[in-house]
Write a protein that binds this ligand. Sequence first.
Ligand SMILES: Nc1ncnc2c1ncn2[C@@H]1O[C@H](COP(=O)(O)OP(=O)(O)OP(=O)(O)O)[C@@H](O)[C@H]1O
Ligand SMILES: [Mg+2]
Length: 281
Amino acid sequence: MIETPAALRPSVAHERAKSIMPSSESNTTPLPTFEVSNLSIWYGEKPAIQDVTINIPSKTITAIIGPSGCGKSTFLRCLNRMHELIPRTRIEGKVLFQGQDLYSPGSDPTVVRRRIGMVFQKSNPFPTMSIAENVVIGLKLNGVRNRTLLDERLENSLRMAALWDEVKDDLRKPGMSLSGGQQQRLCIARAIAVEPEVLLMDEPASALDPIATMKVEELIHELSAKYTIVIVTHNMQQASRVSDRTAFFYVGKLIEFGETTEIFAAPKEKKTEDYITGRFG
Ligand SMILES: Nc1ncnc2c1ncn2[C@@H]1O[C@H](COP(=O)(O)OP(=O)(O)OP(=O)(O)O)[C@@H](O)[C@H]1O
Ligand SMILES: [Mg+2]
């Protein structure tokens, strides 16, 4: 993996600051958020991911790119055990989350999904719930009843999702009454309300106009100070704008992974170059 240079973006600065903390690996390198080794995933008999090995460093933004059907969403879902909700999936290999085996018998998928949040391509507010209820539902399901705490989290999450100013007077209105871009930020607020450590985002801006897209991208950049973010995108400009590192997948395999500036300026693999220059995909 290519090392990040000293030209420091905030997320990288944070990573370096953290590197003075002791970790079980070494005194200088923080534990990666994910250490994925030899991961393969099947739907029934059909392989979707084959032998993928990748380390995702803490508090960085990683973009996953590649043509439709190459396994990006499948890979993302296995990082918080979401793929298990799909019948007949099988997984081989290892996923360590902060050094711990995500798939060990003692690991609880519900806890995993709270610590590793997910935002989907289509914004999906709960249709019968208000804006406020949509944000705090995860907390309530986790047993939080304290009104003050719920109100605090509601406001903080909406502020972090850059939506507070637009909705603060309409918190009791249905979540569905918001525009598409606002609904997507509402879903981001919902994902961060439970204070996860990681945000997985599957094409979070693909249905949005350029202004809403820009807001979501700014938000992603701000969130990276606090979270490790893995974002799937079909938009090459977006990958190069928002991410520290980029992983290129092709037919279920990880072809190349490295610093985003390197991947886009000087890819090592011909397949990567063909894809990012629009020769296929
Ligand atoms: N629920 C499912 N059941 C069976 N096969 C699936 C399922 N989801 C995905 N697949 C298959 O796994 C492979 C990878 O799909 P995946 O959705 O991960 O690709 P993707 O890279 O996210 O594509 P896209 O860019 O179109 O979203 C595809 O061949 C797809 O048909
Ligand atoms: Mg997908």
